[in-house]
Design a protein around this ligand. Sequence first.
Ligand code: RB5
Length: 153
Amino acid sequence: MKKMKLAIGSDHAGYELKEAIKSYLDEQGLAYEDLGTHNTDSCDYPDFGLAVSEAVARKDVSGGILVCGTGIGMSMVANKVPGVRAALCGDTFSARASREHNHANILVLGARVVGVGLALEIVRTWLAAVPQGGRHVNRLDKISAVERKYGRE
Ligand code: RB5
């Protein structure tokens, strides 16, 4: 993603990986807004998942990164927000495809599933991948149609 500002968020289980991702983004000179949580006190992942997802849906930022223990809860929350396409990735192949094919606008990571080294490589891959057009856009239009069908556009 070029000229990107990210929103980033986690729960307590994802806090340390979120901090590691922030250090990586700092090293790369990439801008981000940290929407919390800001410590390892127990908290509820939907609060932070919603904050990041709404920032992405409003286009306040060009993309988001969410981290919880498994990545599953954050994915569930994020994909409830119309316009969000959140991808839970545990490998670089999926991370690249989630951008190229699915135009994912939020990357979700499970801090209890992937180590820091792999997580940062997934972030690097996801940020570098370029969304492809053609047949993929037709399919994304069909996802938008599902949102409209259920009154969630
Ligand atoms: C927190 O214990 C954990 O449930 C949460 O981080 C996440 O894995 C939920 O999906």
